[in-house]
Design a protein around this ligand. Structure first.
Ligand SMILES: *Cc1c(COP(=O)(O)O)cnc(C)c1O
Length: 391
């Protein structure tokens, strides 16, 4: 691969390992083990393996390596480790770095499972976590201490779509020697410049836009070669959260079309947000690409676009939200996102059901809030569907 390649060239070619057959489409090496020519070779490989030498699929596999190299090239990271799911990536990145007595500062607005890891799990192992309003720099500044080891946030919070300033929060963290870990799912690898903006580690649920067609679970941790090899790899390969070679192949093929898909979905998300904003039955239309969004300018500077997800707050709370969802003819009621199919979720009763009403209120997850992951359908059909259901 050439470092001068632009993103779409890397998305199609980076990381390719061709076998002796010269296949065009990446091969699926559906094998968990690898044969050594001699006992001496086995001994040598366990001591130190080269880039094309594998031991066991939990440690690494040629198809999985292709995916890791391709996403690392796209993100501008030195290396990557692919995981069984997005949550294996979030929990693996955090637990591999932390030990009892460490301090973490995290944004409060998080995906439900991320909140479980940070709020319930880490505290059981003696890690102290301070939660802040991620959009308030003064709160980050007050919470980050000389002994803070990790700063964690979703660059766009699920499902309230608050945008966090990666450059400014990273500068505050780095001033105290803390590492910045970003769950960058909503920004997508297409709009991400997180590494250049200050992130030390970028995490994706590959289940979302990387697959992009709702087929397989996966995740990935991207960082420096040193961090991936010395911190993440020993932890992941011994605790078992590695990606399946078959899923890695699905993700590789997904990345090839990701730029086209995500840009089309983001264009439709903007068109839909513009079409429904101000509707009589809506209390609020939340989309970072709309000038009415509190971090509109930041989202433009940080990502160059508003992303593929918008949220609507319906007047009339849960009954109105449910009536709206049940009236849809194209949009599906489900909880994935980044899919080719438009998917709508009622966070208060599904993804964020586990939170208390007070916690939900603090995060702005009202009873009327509906999250829309915009798909690849014709945007005029989607507009008609949303407007008839809103009516
Ligand atoms: C979906 C999601 C995850 C978890 O990913 P899985 O692949 O479902 O494990 C983590 N963070 C965010 C922001 C997500 O949207």
């Amino acid at each position: 691969m050439s470092d001068t390649w632009n993103t779409r060239t890397k998305a199609v070619h980076a990381g390719t390992r061709r076998s002796q057959y010269g296949e065009v489409s990446e091969a699926i090496f559906l094998t968990q083990g690898f044969v050594y020519e001699t006992a001496e070779h086995a001994e040598a490989r366990f001591l130190e393996s080269g880039p094309d030498e594998f031991i066991y699929a939990r440690y690494g596999n040629p198809t999985v390596s292709m995916f890791e190299q391709r996403i690392a090239a796209l993100e501008g990271g030195e290396d990557a480790f692919a995981t069984a799911s997005g949550m294996a990536a979030v929990s693996g990145a955090l637990t591999s770095m932390l030990e009892a007595g460490d301090h973490v500062v995290s944004a409060r607005a998080l995906f439900g499972s991320c909140l479980y890891v940070l709020e319930d799990l880490l505290s059981r192992f003696g890690v102290e976590v301070t939660f802040v309003d991620g959009t308030d720099l003064a709160q980050w500044e007050a919470a980050i201490r000389p002994d803070t080891k990790v700063v964690f946030f979703e660059s766009i919070a699920n499902p309230t779509l608050e945008v966090i300033d990666i450059e400014k929060v990273s500068a505050l963290a780095h001033a105290h020697g803390a590492k910045v870990l970003i769950d960058n799912v909503f920004a997508t690898p297409v709009y991400s410049r997180a590494m250049q903006q200050g992130a030390d580690v970028v995490i994706y649920s590959a289940t979302k836009h990387i697959d992009g067609q709702g087929r397989a679970l996966g995740g990935v941790i991207i960082g420096t070669r040193d961090y991936i090899h010395k911190t993440v790899e020993p932890y992941m390969k011994h605790t078992g959260g590695s990606m399946s070679p078959f899923n890695a192949w699905i993700m590789l093929k997904g990345i090839e079309t990701m730029d086209l898909r995500v840009k089309a979905q983001a264009a439709s998300a903007l068109a839909l947000a513009q079409a429904v904003e101000g509707h009589a039955n809506l209390a609020r239309t939340i989309y970072p690409g709309l000038p009415s969004h509190a971090q509109h300018a930041l989202s433009k500077a940080q990502m160059g676009a508003g992303g593929t997800v918008l949220s609507l707050d319906l007047k009339g709370g849960k009954p109105a939200a449910f009536a709206f969802l049940n009236a849809l003819k194209i949009g599906l009621i489900s909880n994935n996102l980044g899919d080719a199919k438009t998917i709508l979720t009622h966070p208060a009763t599904t993804t964020h059901q586990r939170l208390s009403p007070d916690q939900r209120a603090a995060l702005g997850i009202t009873e009327g809030l509906v999250r829309i992951s915009v798909g690849l359908e014709d945007v005029e059909d989607l507009k008609t569907d949303l407007l008839q259901a809103l009516g």
